[in-house]
Design a protein around this ligand. Structure first.
Ligand SMILES: [Zn+2]
Length: 325
């Protein structure tokens, strides 16, 4: 996601619309501006399953993201942290606010690999079932309504927010994932995601014969004489123990690409050759940068507020209304 000085534009739009400057007395207050609805807060979402562009109110979109991204068992404060994170991602993409859209015909897509997961309320209801929906949808509405219009900023600019499912103990610095320094995407200790099904990790067997196909997409050729362990080695490990770079047959591959090519859940991994296969031990789920979603759930269960959760995973950032600065 490219950076842009959205706040300047947001200010202009806000002034033009007579929305003024919002200064919430308390960020944890449940009071929100009542007039934060206008044509500029409509978002166009390319819904991948039906290949249609759906136009909707930003807050409606955020409900669909929070319900699609977080475990249904999440407490409200974790859902609120997710709502603010999701809204910040959206604001940086919305063309009406000067953002960089993911497609020419839509601001965002519903594909989590490109942007963030989204499903309409009707699909969520079908997925969860009527009873779970009846029990849990009010939490989604509460979380989004109580954070209405709030985003994360750093030095007055909407943050380049990323998040992931399970860090496994420590989050990863953006510099160690993508090679770019982001002041608020440093590695922080987590220790709150032990309840995640991905925390302990699992074993994944990849036949050596399938490697050539997996890496062809990266433009890499697996050597004919490939013998597994002798050829594939982790050449760079990050301070949190994630594989930053793999050398395979003399060719360097970024850890993230290696993981993606093999369909592994995380770069927190090790491997060995077993027969005709590489056997990976993989812990955590996702790139590891920014908010750990299961960690956010763990913090909320310990009574932390969404502002504390966001401050932990995005140090040095502020929670502000879209039109505040
Ligand atoms: Zn974590």
């Amino acid at each position: 996601m490219k950076r842009f000085s959205a706040c300047v534009l947001l200010l202009i739009i806000g002034v033009l619309l007579g929305l003024g400057t919002y200064k919430p007395e308390k960020l944890n207050s449940h009071s929100v501006p009542s007039n934060l609805t206008d044509p500029f807060l409509k978002i166009d979402v390319y819904y991948t399953p039906t290949e249609q562009v759906l136009s909707m109110d930003l807050e409606t979109y955020i409900k669909g993201v929070v319900a699609s991204e977080m475990p249904v068992s999440a407490d409200v404060e974790a859902l609120k942290a997710q709502a603010v994170a999701a809204r910040t991602v959206a604001v940086r993409k919305m063309r009406a606010l000067g953002g960089t859209s993911s497609r020419p015909d839509a601001d965002v897509t519903s594909d989590y690999r490109t942007d963030q997961a989204y499903n309409p309320e009707s699909v969520i209801k079908e997925r969860w079932g009527a009873i779970a929906f009846w029990l849990n949808w009010p939490k989604i509405e509460q979380a989004v309504n109580e954070t209405k219009g709030l985003i994360l900023t750093h030095n007055g600019v909407p943050c380049d927010v990323v998040y992931h499912s399970t860090c496994g103990g420590e989050t990863e610095a953006a510099a160690d994932v993508w090679g770019r320094e982001v002041p608020y995407l440093k590695s922080v200790p987590c220790g709150f995601c032990t309840g995640s099904p991905h925390y302990k990790g699992s074993s994944v067997e990849v036949p050596l014969s399938s490697l050539a196909g997996a890496f062809a997409n990266l433009g890499l050729t697996v050597p004919v004489t490939f013998t597994g362990q002798d050829v594939v080695r982790a050449s760079q490990i990050s301070p949190t123990g994630r594989v930053k770079q793999v050398v395979m047959g003399g060719q360097a591959v970024r850890g993230l690409e290696f993981r993606t090519a093999l369909g592994l859940k995380s770069t927190l991994m090790s491997w060995k050759v077993s027969g005709d296969s590489l056997v990976f031990q993989v812990r955590g789920y996702g790139h590891g940068a920014g908010m750990c979603q299961y960690g956010a759930c763990g913090m909320a269960k310990e009574g932390k507020l969404y502002t504390e959760i966001l401050a932990h995973y995005y140090p040095g950032t502020k929670v502000v209304y879209i039109f505040e600065e």
